[in-house]
Design a protein around this ligand. Structure first.
Ligand SMILES: O=c1nc[nH]c2c1ncn2[C@H]1C[C@H](O)[C@@H](COP(=O)(O)OP(=O)(O)OP(=O)(O)O)O1
Ligand SMILES: [Mg+2]
Length: 204
């Protein structure tokens, strides 16, 4: 069984990544096991750069393999914003609700057909020897005209799936974890781990 530290402070991500990786022979530790882990400043210019930095800093701190997720929402009518700034769209320390409100305000008056958007997720798996791999996924949809649903986290209550007419926050966690940007990136990670078939180390 390999041990991987998930370098994220987002409880929603932790829940989803645990659920999706459950079937693998992986011991996924969260940062809660490392209360003194440093805060990572996300100053990269892409999802990849930020994910790489989070994974590298936590792998170097713990001496373990680390996995990081940098993700966000790209809205076409806003030229791809908020993108890498998704978590702080309504300002540093903004909560999900404030970010969603800011988005609804900026898109006020934009008709449904022009509200297309995509969730993006980039994962980096960083090894203590300095090697790393990255995986990504995207999920296309629209920004709804009203906030709806209570599931998930982040922008889920405003991300509308045209095929079902529901927001992601109106899906069950199983439904979200079958189709999301994070699920797709994690599927690529799973394929990689299986191919690489880490030796099943016998240890206590
Ligand atoms: O499935 C999702 N459903 C809804 N919203 C989502 C999703 N995935 C990412 N998002 C949003 C949340 C946050 O506004 C930003 C991620 O920011 P990002 O810096 O990657 O994560 P974070 O700061 O919450 O946790 P951490 O950096 O410790 O992993 O995109
Ligand atoms: Mg972050």
């Amino acid at each position: 069984m390999i041990k991987i530290v998930f370098a994220s402070k987002n409880k929603g991500k932790v829940r989803e990544v645990r659920a999706i990786l459950e079937e693998l022979d992986v011991n996924l530790e969260s940062l809660e096991a490392y209360p003194n882990a440093p805060d990572v400043v996300e100053d990269g210019s892409s999802f990849f750069e930020n994910a790489l930095k989070k994974a590298r800093v936590i792998s170097e701190f713990t001496g373990e393999i680390a996995l990081a997720d940098d993700s966000g929402l790209e809205v076409d009518a806003l030229n791809g914003q908020p993108g890498i700034y998704s978590a702080r769209f309504a300002g540093e320390g903004a909560d999900d609700n404030q970010n969603n409100q800011r988005l609804m305000e900026l898109l006020n008056g934009v008709p449904a057909k022009d509200r297309s958007a995509a969730f993006r997720c980039v994962l980096v798996l960083y090894h203590p020897d300095g090697n790393y791999e990255s995986f990504d996924g995207r999920w296309d949809g629209f920004i709804s005209e009203t906030v709806a649903g209570t599931g998930g986290f982040g922008y889920d209550p405003v991300f509308l799936l045209p095929e079902s007419g529901r927001t992601v926050a109106q899906l069950t966690s199983e439904e979200k974890n079958r189709s999301s940007h994070r699920a797709k990136a994690l599927q690529a990670l799973k394929d990689h781990l299986r191919k690489r078939s880490y030796p099943a180390k016998k240890e206590s």
